[in-house]
Structures are given as C-alpha cells and as structure tokens.
Design a protein around this ligand. Structure first.
Ligand SMILES: [Zn+2]
Length: 133
C-alpha cells in the first residue's frame, strides 16, 4: 500500500504514523509533506476525495492546515502560528488568501517529490513524514 505514486505523491498511512491512509505531496510553502486522508478520517476528522489522476491530481475539498491556532486548547502564545490553506486541482496548488506564508493567493504547479522522499532513496525506509506545517 505504501510507496511512491507517480512522480509527485506518496501513499502513506498508519505505518507512517497517520490515522488513515491517503496520498501525500510536497508543499513548497511549508517545505513539508501534507497528506490527503482518503481511506478514513484523519486525526482532525477530515477526509477527501481524489479523482484518481496520478500526475495532475484533484482533491476535494480544500486542505486547511492550522498550526498552533489561537483559541485552541493547546495554543502556545510563545510559539508560531501558521495557516496553509489551498486547493489542489488538476495538479496545481492554489494557495488561498488566508495563508500566512509567501505564495498566498498564487497558483503553483505541484512539484515532484524531493529526492530523499522518492522510492529507493537512502531515507526511504527511515524518514518519518511530518503531519503538520
Ligand atoms: Zn503547506
């Protein structure tokens, strides 16, 4: 079940520390992987649909990752808060206006996986993907 899907996504799930299986892609704004949970709800209760397109995927609805949001029970005032909110449609990331990082409001082609996250790389078996920005 796990492993690379096309050149831009990896299938990851419970074996990688995620609540549900799904597809993860590289987010050039956060410099980390974000996972769309497909087989069930993720730890935040969210789940997406995928159109089955490997190289130019569309997921629905949007991804909205809030790190350390004010008002959350575990909010830490001294820590950074961030929002990564985007649609992934036809292989293009559409960052929305409420993102806290630079490409907000811009469309960015879904990048290929970084070398170290591809199948067969040195770190393929040992890397632990981050779930949040
Ligand atoms: Zn991001």
């Amino acid at each position: 079940m796990m492993g690379q899907v096309g050149s831009k996504m990896r299938r990851i799930g419970p074996a990688d520390g995620y609540t549900a299986g799904g597809l993860a892609h590289w987010c050039p704004a956060c410099n980390s992987m974000h996972q769309f949970a497909l087989d069930g709800k993720n730890s935040s209760g969210a789940q997406w649909t995928w159109d089955g397109n490997v190289e130019a995927p569309t997921f629905s609805p949007s991804m909205n990752i809030k790190t350390n949001p004010p008002g959350h029970p575990h909010y830490q005032p001294q820590a950074m808060s961030s929002v990564c909110h985007y649609f992934l449609k036809c292989g293009v990331i559409e960052y929305l206006g409420d993102c806290t990082h630079v490409p907000k409001g811009q469309r960015v082609p879904l990048p290929e996986l970084p070398e170290y996250l591809r199948d067969g790389s040195v770190y393929d078996r040992s890397i632990r993907l981050r779930e949040e920005c």
